[in-house]
Design a binder for this molecule. Structure first.
Ligand SMILES: [Zn+2]
Ligand SMILES: [Zn+2]
Length: 256
């Protein structure tokens, strides 16, 4: 299994996972050229992708999807409401090879056991994902307004966890963002704060989770140094954590 986040922030999200011969993206919320140049860096092309797993219809998660409309083999996975929303917002995406799933019903894709689970976010039907392969799980969980029992349960099953740590409450409050947007971000259907993420991290077992990426960090309302300060409080899990900066940078690659 090979995994790397190509980019993650409030401005764009996309990750690459290679597993059991399948090459997939998790979200496609960056420019297609960026995805293309990333694939080239692995000596691959866009045609080598087998699937794209979409979490929800916000553009920072699906802006490159339309560029796959003529792709020969890329299947695009989403639940029905998300697929319909994306097709409504961007009619060109009707030509994609959609594979519609139901939340909570695991399915197999090229040997990967995929489970999409509901998360609370202000879109039609946002999901996180658990990708299981040879007894190990990668769990992707960004864009959720609060930590539900289901989200906590999924995090506990993760050997590799991608977790949102979107905003610092003080920086959000002091930002120039309109009042309505601040309320949206803080709402139970918005995003996780650093404190929310920290609370979850402290509840995880360091002997189970091997690597945690803190992701979907806001450029304006958060900072890597602010998160680092908080992590001093995270205990034994701290050495497993990588903060992915909210700029156009990849995470460190992971082979497992
Ligand atoms: Zn997002
Ligand atoms: Zn979103």
């Amino acid at each position: 299994m090979f995994f790397q986040i190509i980019e993650t922030s409030s401005a764009g999200n996309c990750a690459y996972l290679e597993c059991g011969g399948a090459r997939v993206l998790i979200d496609a919320g960056v420019g297609i050229r960026k995805i293309e140049s990333y694939m080239r860096s692995l000596s691959l092309s866009l045609d080598d992708l087998d699937g794209i797993f979409v979490t929800h219809e916000h553009s920072d998660h699906c802006k490159a999807l339309k560029s796959f409309k003529n792709a020969r083999q890329v299947k695009v996975f989403a639940n029905r409401l998300t697929a319909e929303s994306i097709q409504y917002l961007e009619p060109d995406t009707k030509k994609l090879k959609w594979q519609v799933f139901e939340n909570g019903s695991p399915f197999d894709f090229c040997g990967i056991k995929v489970t999409a689970f509901s998360i609370p976010h202000d879109t039609s039907d946002a999901v996180g994902y658990k990708f299981g392969f040879e007894g190990r799980n990668l769990v992707w969980m960004t864009d959720l307004g609060k930590l539900t029992h289901l989200a906590r349960d999924m995090a506990r099953q993760a050997h590799i966890l991608v977790l949102e740590s979107n905003y610092c409450p003080k920086m959000l409050e002091n930002s120039n963002r309109p009042y309505s947007l601040k309320q949206r971000i803080k709402s139970p259907h918005g995003h996780l704060s650093n404190l929310d993420a920290l609370e979850l991290l402290k509840s995880l077992d360091p002997s189970v989770v091997e690597k945690i990426y803190l992701a979907h960090i806001s450029k304006e309302c958060n900072s890597v140094s602010r998160i680092s300060e908080l992590l001093c409080d995270a205990g034994g899990i701290c050495s497993h954590i990588e903060i992915v900066p909210p700029f156009s940078v990849c995470s460190t690659p992971l082979e497992f």
